[in-house]
Design a protein around this ligand. Sequence first.
Ligand SMILES: C[S@@+](CC[C@H](N)C(=O)[O-])C[C@H]1O[C@@H](n2cnc3c(N)ncnc32)[C@H](O)[C@@H]1O
Length: 275
Amino acid sequence: MTGKTEDIEVRLLLEAVFRKYHYDFRGYSMASVKRRMKQAKEHFECTTISQLQDRVLHDESVLPALLSYLTVQVSELFRDPSYYKALRELVVPHLKTYPSLKVWVAGCSTGEELYSLAILFREEDLEDRTIFYATDINPNALKQAEAGVYSLDRIAKFTENHQRSGGKSSLSDYYTANYRGAIFDKTLRMRTVFADHSLVSDSAFAEVHFVSCRNVLIYFDLENQNRTIGLFVDSLVRKGFLGLGSKESLRFTRYADSFTEFSREDRIFQKRGTP
Ligand SMILES: C[S@@+](CC[C@H](N)C(=O)[O-])C[C@H]1O[C@@H](n2cnc3c(N)ncnc32)[C@H](O)[C@@H]1O
């Protein structure tokens, strides 16, 4: 099978998923989608991607598994500790000047980024004035985020990251361990609204002071990146903050001039005060 035929099949599959289920992966970066659809094809024991398209159109139970291939769920507590250190040291002093705060964790996956921020906000005495919105398109990931249970073999890495981020307490203060894993304290998510929201097709829903959207834009083509950053511009207050992943930037997007580079190394941007 030529690469070209496979390209056509992948595009038709994404069109089918969009028309039938309204999940829009048509503007995702092709190389990664193609690689993942090849894995899905093997998982479903299909010989071609067209066969996979047939399966997803005629058997609705296939969609959740296909979604798990289309959306990458890699995450970690305090992933890239220097990002959280920069938030603590540089952004928190600004956030402290607001009497109330709204924070949007966009593409929150299974919740690790949300719990990292909730812990950081508790340690920095910002928790009581904050509402978090944690959004994603993957319903299974959102369910796991709400449960806040992580496998115990990940805790050593999480603990090391927390310390390297400038953690002011012991990570073990925030979870209890039992046979199910490390169960994070439910008070950490008491001020969180979890919602199904797509950055490529839904609109802005709140005025927020800080958007943390890490490792999501890398999966989008430029048009989707533009749309997503446009949503953040619409959602952020003047001088609000945006944090991206370590391999992401605003440089090629239409909105590069709407922000200043607040901490270049840690991909933290500040919305300009003027329109
Ligand atoms: C690699 S994970 C990033 C998780 C977390 N932000 C982090 O950096 O650790 C990417 C997440 O983006 C989500 N995602 C993909 N497309 C999306 C969209 N259109 N709208 C919202 N979330 C999306 C995926 O479901 C997945 O949970």
